[in-house]
Design a protein around this ligand. Structure first.
Ligand code: FPP
Length: 254
């Protein structure tokens, strides 16, 4: 069964020799950046070293995705469940957005990248929120690739919040239950304004969604690789898009 999900070496090299179809680039790619801890462990390093290395990969992926014509890139940086990790690791992860943005914001600006955050900001430390908000504000007029950080994001939490708010709006009479349709639900989620991801990538060999964009990924193509996130290279992104281009999306039709 696993072979149906993972590419083989042969498919890999063959695909990398075939140019991508520029007319069929996924508009929105979402990535579950997994395997930082194992990458560090394999090297006898502390887990945070894996996160540091994982952060360095982001810039390269943003640049390559942009170059290939991807318009939206959503990165799962911290889930609502990640608070269960040791405090030292959580504290380190919470410092990564400011570290990343203080170094990379000028380059993101130069490349016309627009930064956005998707998640419950209320539980994030103020230094994290401030750094991200600054980047969101300063890049708000940019018109290039939209880089969406899922930070303290959990799909079930997002759906519960949306349902609570919708219930309140019904109770106050501002909407009627009959008004609720798929478009309204999408607009009431944190991803409002973004198209649903065309392609989901998860690294590190895990084949699960881990509470990530459950509504939005309803018709996305999934691509899993055993590559650990800190080892993720341009060629892996290209391979994922190649595989995407070979899929026939039917959206329930024939
Ligand atoms: C999962 O690997 C990774 C995370 C929970 C954190 C991902 C964060 C980054 C890649 C950097 C974020 C940077 C910015 C700028 C927001 P894991 O720790 O679960 O790995 P393991 O499964 O091997 O233990």
């Amino acid at each position: 069964m696993i072979d149906r999900f993972f590419h083989t070496e042969d498919v890999n090299s063959e695909n990398n020799n075939t140019p991508l179809d520029p007319h069929n680039i996924p508009t929105h790619i979402a990535i579950i950046m997994d395997g930082n801890g194992r990458w560090a462990k394999n090297k006898g390093l502390p887990r945070i070293a894996g996160h540091r290395e994982g952060m360095k990969v982001i810039n390269k992926v943003v640049e390559k995705a942009d170059e290939l014509g991807v318009k939206y890139l959503t990165l799962y940086a911290f889930s609502t469940e990640n608070w269960k990790r040791p405090k030292t690791e959580v504290d380190f992860l919470m410092k990564l957005p400011e570290r990343f943005l203080s170094k990379e914001l000028p380059k993101l600006q130069k490349n016309n990248v627009k930064v956005r955050i998707m998640g419950d900001e209320s539980l994030l430390p103020s230094h994290t929120v401030q750094a991200v908000r600054k980047a969101v504000e300063e890049t708000s007029d940019n018109t290039g690739l939209l880089l969406n950080f899922a930070l303290n994001y959990g799909s079930r939490h997002e759906l519960v919040q949306m349902m609570k708010k919708t219930g309140e709006d019904i109770a106050s009479g501002s909407i009627n239950p009959e008004d609720i349709d798929e478009e309204m639900v999408s607009k009431r989620l944190l991803s409002n304004g973004l198209p649903d991801p065309d392609l989901l990538i998860r690294t590190s060999g895990e084949i699960r969604l881990s509470n990530f964009m459950l509504w939005q990924l309803a018709y996305s193509e999934f691509w899993f690789t055993e590559v650990l996130w800190p080892d993720f290279k341009d060629k892996d992104l290209i391979e994922a898009i190649h595989t995407f281009q070979q899929r026939k999306r039917r959206y329930g039709g024939v």
